[in-house]
Design a protein. Structure first.
Length: 248
């Protein structure tokens, strides 16, 4: 049975990925910082409490694995919504820590297992913020651009060992995390939550948000042999973002 590890896999997009890989017949391992969320995962999964940006935690996770076929480096936080002059160093470092350091650490410890096996798929969760400028979200955009640079480098470095690396760029995903972003952005811009929502939706050619399951389905595609020659790619699942912030 093939094995997948999903960081931040007990909630949100990560949980949708875990469910999708489970349905595809994978042995599912997830990490998360929320013990309550981990307590709700299926008993047949392996759940480990760990912080994606803590190297001791991630070293401990991978020491238990033995082998790994697919890594979904999915952990991330939204970071602050603020003008650049109002972003604190603490918030900047926290956002880059989870989003970029977390992807780095997961890849660092997954690579030896995959190189030894001569195969594997590393999937990093970036964002459309990693493809466009993103006003009032400087730390998040910087981190998600950095994740793509990391992925491109890993694809070149690990390709000779049979390991593929790709990035998924979700657009606006329905759910609690995006609701927090909408409300903070509305406050920062002096707009209503619905105005910000409509602005995001109208910035896509499909005029809609996406669901976590849409992201999960792409992850399964990238984690299985049907995509065996797909590597080094940045794939948006966003309804085609035309303008990431049309009402600024």
């Amino acid at each position: 049975m093939r094995r997948v590890l999903i960081t931040a896999g007990a909630r949100g997009i990560g949980r949708a990925m875990a469910d999708a890989f489970d349905k595809a017949g994978f042995d599912v391992w997830v990490t998360d910082v929320d013990p309550a969320a981990l307590a709700e995962i299926p008993a047949v999964w392996t759940g480990i409490a760990a912080h994606a940006a803590d190297e001791d935690d991630m070293r401990r996770v991978f020491a238990q694995m033995g082998r790994l076929d697919v890594l979904c480096a999915n952990a991330g936080i939204a970071g602050p919504t603020a003008a650049i002059e109002d972003v604190t160093m603490e918030d900047w470092r926290a956002c880059l820590g989870v989003n970029l350091d977390g992807a780095f650490l997961a890849a660092k410890y997954a690579a030896p297992l995959m190189k030894k096996a001569g195969q594997g798929s590393i999937i990093v969760t970036s964002s459309t913020a990693g493809q466009h400028g993103y006003p009032f979200r400087a730390p998040y955009a910087a981190a998600k651009w950095g994740v793509i640079g990391l992925m491109k480098t890993l694809a070149m470095e690990l390709g000779p060992f049979g390991v593929r690396c790709n990035a998924i760029c979700p657009g606006s995903v329905e759910g609690p995390r995006m609701e927090g972003v909408l409300n903070r952005e509305a406050e920062a811009k002096g707009m209503t939550r619905d105005q910000v929502y409509d602005g995001y939706a109208s910035g896509t050619s499909m005029r809609s948000f996406v669901e976590a399951e849409d992201i999960a389905n792409m992850a399964v595609f990238l984690g299985t042999d049907v995509s065996r020659k797909v590597s080094g790619q940045v794939i948006a699942v966003d309804g085609h973002t035309e303008n990431p912030d049309p009402k600024v």
